[in-house]
Design a protein around this ligand. Structure first.
Ligand SMILES: Nc1ncnc2c1ncn2[C@@H]1O[C@H](COP(=O)(O)OP(=O)(O)OP(=O)(O)O)[C@@H](O)[C@H]1O
Length: 302
C-alpha cells in the first residue's frame, strides 16, 4: 500500500505537487493520471525517496522509502526503461542489480522467464526494441519480489502488442495481491488497464475513484443502434429517450437516457432485429479534458 498525506513539492516558485493525499491499495492496478506537467513523475520520485517533499509525507507499506533496509524487496520501480548500459546484456544487467542488492542470483533467470526475455538474455541491451527494453525494466522491478510496483508511463511509444502485454502483466501482478501504481497521461489506455484512478492536475488531486465510477460520472448515457427496423424502434423508445442520428452518417441512431440493456430487452420483446447495440464511451476523453482543462500547464493555443 502507498499512502500520501498532504504531499507537497516546490521547485523554486513552481509548485509541482500541492497538498496531495491519496491511498493506493494492494491487489489492484491503480492508474495515476494527469496532463503533462501535472506532477506525476515528481510524486513517484517522492514515493521512491529520490526527491524530498517540501511538506507532507508518503509511505510504502507504512514506512518512508529511505528507511527501508532492502528497498528492492519492498518496492520495484520502472521510471525510465532506457537507463540500462547499452553494451550490457539483459542477463548481465540483472545479475549486477541482484548482486548489488543482496538478491540470490537464481532469481535473475526467474524474472527473465517471467517477462519472456530468456531467449535474448545474452544479447546487448542496446540492440533491444523499446518493447524489449520495457520488459527488461519490468524484470528489474521484480527481482526482489516486492509487494509494491511503480511504473511511470510504461506504455509510451509501445506498439499495440507491447501495450497489451504490459496491460495483462499488470493485471497478473495485481491478481497476485501486489500494489500496482501506473502513471499515464492517456486516459483511454488507463481506462482499460486500471481498476482505480487517481487523477491530478497542477499538482492537486482532482479525483480518486474506481475507473468504473469515473467513467460512469464522466460519460453521458449514449447507445448506438443499427437495425433494419429503426423506425419501429424510434416509436417504441418514444418519450423515454432523446434520439439523434449518428454524426457519422452511417444510418445509426444514437439514444441518450436509456441503458443499452433496456433497449436490447425492448427490441427482443418486440421481435426487432438489432445489427448494433453499443454503449458509447466517446465522451470519456472529453470529460477528462474538461476535468483537467484548468490544470493543463501549457494550452495548445499558447
Ligand atoms: N527538477 C525539477 N526542477 C524544476 N522543476 C521541475 C523539476 N521536476 C519537475 N518540475 C516541474 O514540476 C511540474 C511537474 O512535473 P512532473 O514531471 O512531475 O509532471 P508529470 O505529470 O510527470 O508530467 P509528464 O506527463 O509531462 O511527465 C512541472 O511544472 C515541471 O516543469
Amino acid at each position: 500500500m502507498i499512502e500520501a498525506t498532504g504531499l507537497t513539492k516546490h521547485y523554486g516558485k513552481t509548485v509541482a505537487v500541492d497538498d496531495l493525499s491519496f491511498t493506493v491499495e494492494p491487489g489492484r492496478v491503480t492508474g495515476f493520471l494527469g496532463p503533462n506537467g501535472a506532477g506525476k513523475s515528481t510524486t513517484m520520485r517522492m514515493v521512491l525517496g529520490l526527491d524530498t517533499p517540501t511538506r507532507g509525507r508518503v509511505t510504502v507499506n507504512g514506512r518512508d522509502y529511505r528507511s527501508l533496509k532492502q528497498p528492492l524487496r519492498v518496492v520495484g520501480a520502472l521510471l525510465d526503461a532506457k537507463w540500462v548500459h547499452p553494451n550490457r546484456s539483459a542477463h548481465a544487467h540483472l545479475h549486477w542489480l541482484a548482486k548489488s542488492n543482496g538478491i540470490p542470483l537464481k532469481r535473475v533467470d526467474e524474472v527473465l522467464d517471467l517477462v519472456g526475455l530468456t531467449q535474448v538474455a545474452k544479447r546487448r541491451a542496446g540492440s533491444y526494441s523499446l518493447g524489449m527494453s520495457q520488459r527488461l525494466g519490468i524484470a528489474g522491478t521484480l527481482l526482489g519480489d516486492p509487494d509494491v510496483l511503480l511504473f511511470d508511463e510504461p506504455v509510451n511509444g509501445l506498439d499495440p502488442e507491447g501495450i497489451l502485454w504490459i496491460r495483462q502483466f499488470m493485471h497478473r501482478l495485481a491478481d497476485e495481491g501486489k500494489t500496482v501504481f501506473v502513471s499515464s497521461h492517456l486516459l483511454s489506455e488507463m481506462a482499460q488497464t486500471a481498476q482505480d484512478l487517481i487523477v491530478i492536475g497542477r499538482g492537486r488531486l482532482i479525483a480518486q475513484t474506481s475507473t468504473a465510477q469515473f467513467i460512469k460520472e464522466a460519460t453521458e448515457d449514449a447507445v448506438r443502434i443499427r437495425s433494419p427496423h429503426l423506425d419501429r424502434l424510434r416509436e417504441l423508445l418514444g418519450d423515454k429517450a432523446r434520439l439523434t442520428d449518428s454524426a457519422t452518417g452511417d444510418g445509426a441512431l444514437v439514444v441518450h437516457g436509456v441503458e443499452a440493456a433496456s433497449i436490447g430487452e425492448l427490441a427482443a420483446a418486440n421481435g426487432i432485429t438489432l445489427h448494433e447495440l453499443s454503449p458509447q464511451l466517446g465522451s470519456l476523453e472529453e470529460a477528462f479534458m474538461q476535468l483537467t482543462k484548468e490544470s493543463v500547464e501549457y494550452h495548445a493555443a499558447e
